[in-house]
Unconditional design. Structure first.
Length: 259
């Protein structure tokens, strides 16, 4: 299975020129890793349309979507609108949206359904809740998992990419501490076991489950060396061309060793 590296640019960079340089820089080198990794860039909404012209070997994702298909929802963007801009993925349930914008599990659930109806792949973060401690993560992850998949049937659950992204490991959170590779692997396998209770075990084994939180070129090996960590969701380091390239490359290298 290919590794999946997703860049969450959050509310960065400031200009389309900076965004274009980040994408074109990657595009030049993507052929080196294409067989082993998929790379998805999730820029702010306003860059989706222009970047769709520069992204060929990289894929495009969004950082949010409305749960509604259309109508009076000021400031929102629908899943079908995202499809117009070559968007294939949408990050949902991110800690920052939960913390600063009051996003709840039931909103995430409705947004997953909106994505699936539009044939967009939901990238669903688990592990974000204000004040969540390391010791509480299993109960938090299983609670969020059960809430966000409510009402979904097996064939829909299979289409979700889950990410274990503990809020305390996100680099920009006050007092953050990165997780270790062992911890990330343990929780990815924990999420896989939750999924396996809902769909066939062999299908759960085939699903891509990622880790996110302070992944950078200095620590990427500690995550990439675990075969069951299927990739990473990267924030700050994805805005630095060389740093992000090292992350992609390390996953490609590890995947070659193990294939
Ligand atoms: P950092 O990589 O900056 O910790 O951000 C992680 C994140 O929030 C990705 O969604």
């Amino acid at each position: 299975m290919k590794k999946l590296i997703i860049a969450n640019w959050k509310m960065n960079p400031e200009t389309i020129e900076q965004a274009r340089l980040l994408v074109t820089g990657l595009e030049h080198r993507m052929h080196q890793v294409l067989e082993k990794t998929d790379v998805v860039i999730c820029p702010p909404f306003t860059f989706l349309a222009p970047l769709s012209h520069y992204s060929h070997l990289t894929k495009i994702g969004a950082q949010n979507v409305s749960w509604a298909a259309s109508g009076a929802f000021t400031g929102e963007i629908s899943a079908n609108m995202l499809k117009n801009w070559k968007t294939q993925f949408v990050i949902l349930g991110h800690s920052e949206r939960r913390l600063y914008l009051g996003e709840t599990d039931s909103m995430v659930n409705a947004k997953i359904i909106a994505c699936l109806n539009a044939k967009l792949t939901p990238v669903v973060c688990l592990g974000g809740e204000e004040g969540a401690l390391k010791a509480d993560m299993k109960s938090l992850v299983s609670k969020q998992f059960l809430q966000v998949i409510k009402g979904l049937d097996k064939k829909h659950i299979e289409k979700i990419i889950f990410v274990y992204e503990p809020i305390w490991a996100i680099s920009t959170m006050k007092g953050s501490t990165p997780a270790t590779g062992e911890h990330a692997e343990e929780f990815i396998e924990y999420i896989r076991s939750l999924v396996a209770k809902k769909i066939a075990k062999d299908r759960a084994a085939d699903m891509q489950i990622l880790y996110g939180g302070t992944v950078n070129r200095d620590n990427v090996h500690d995550f990439a060396r675990f075969p069951r960590i299927d990739g990473v969701l990267v924030g700050a380091s994805s805005l630095d061309r060389d740093n992000f390239w090292e992350i992609i490359n390390e996953f490609a290298r590890e995947s070659i060793h193990k294939s």
